[in-house]
Design a protein around this ligand. Structure first.
Ligand code: NAP
Length: 273
């Protein structure tokens, strides 16, 4: 009998990460990572019962050095690791210079440093074994500059550039290991609840996708070894336009759109108070 492989998922306690766990549980054992231990344990119990999956829960705040080092060590030592999904993330609102600096730093630690450390931990063994994959959950925001999302857009752009760099290195090394930058647009999850942002104020219903559709697109892209996966034709069209137009024209459009976004947020604040 062949040994079951393992998938490690960060941010598995809700949203896109929990859906990755649900979709992969039938075929793989799982390492579920996030801060909310009770959520991870409930998901592990549900999936263990449904599929007989072996599931290890690793409660950890990946923006904290000690916890990140512990998780990286666990990932590095897992010789059955088939896939790492760097998915944990969050957004903030407000202008950069007015926002809480500690939260901005935490975002960089989580989106950038946790991705660096866990990817390094996973790739060493994967490349040696000639097998495995990494999915970095970035965002359509990687291609857009928007007031109120400066660090978010910058860290997600970093994730796409980092994944592209790995893609080139792995190709050069003739490795079979596959990497993907998953770039979802607006997705139903706890993301906007955590930010205390109204969904309807952000975009019309046609622009909202289910986490199931996002994960299906990602796993389909993984099978086809696609570097960039942008779920939904509207978002593929938008990113194509944003990456094709000259920078000066793009920045003009983004400033105008940002003006509208900030005015809407101000209006929403006034209505609430
Ligand atoms: N929803 C969208 O519209 C959208 C669009 C594009 C990209 N994304 C990206 O998709 C990814 C998943 O987000 P989601 O939409 O599924 O939102 P979500 O439901 O809020 O899930 C975020 C996950 O990240 C975990 N997390 C947050 N901070 C963490 C930390 N310091 N250490 C460890 N885990 C942490 C959360 O778990 P705990 O709270 O239990 O730690 C949770 O499991 C994020 O990277 C996000 O940037 C989302």
């Amino acid at each position: 009998m062949t040994e079951r492989t393992i998938v490690a998922i960060t941010g598995a306690s809700s949203g896109i990460g929990a859906v990755f766990a649900r979709k992969l549980a039938a075929e793989h054992d799982l390492l579920l990572i996030a801060r909310r231990q009770e959520r991870l344990e409930a998901l592990a119990a549900e999936l263990g019962e449904a599929y007989g999956t072996n599931i290890e829960v690793l409660p950890a705040d990946l923006a904290e050095e000690t916890a990140l080092a512990r998780v990286a060590e666990r990932v590095r030592n897992e010789r059955r690791l088939a896939l790492l999904v760097n998915n944990a993330g969050f957004g903030t609102k407000g202008l950069f210079w007015e926002s809480d600096l500690a939260m901005q730093e935490r975002m960089h630690k989580l989106h950038v440093m946790a991705t660096v450390r866990l990817t390094h931990a996973a790739l060493e063994g994967m490349v040696a074994r000639g097998f495995g994959g990494i999915i970095n959950v970035a965002s359509v925001s990687a291609f857009v500059r928007s007031p109120g999302s400066v660090s978010y857009g910058a860290t997600k752009s970093w994730m796409t550039a980092f994944t592209e760099g790995l893609y080139v290195e792995l190709k050069n090394a003739r490795s079979n290991v596959v990497v993907q930058a998953l770039c979802p647009g607006f997705t139903y999850s706890e993301f906007h609840d955590t930010m205390a942002v109204s969904r309807s104020g952000l975009a019309g219903p046609k622009f909202w996708m289910s986490a199931e559709d996002v994960v299906d697109a990602s796993l389909d892209g993984l099978r086809r070894r696609k570097l960039f996966v942008i779920p939904g034709w509207r978002y593929r069209l938008l990113t194509m336009l944003l990456t094709k137009i000259p920078t000066a024209a793009r920045l003009k459009m983004e400033s105008a759109a940002g003006h509208v976004k900030l005015a809407r947020q101000k209006q929403a604040r006034l209505t609430r108070s």
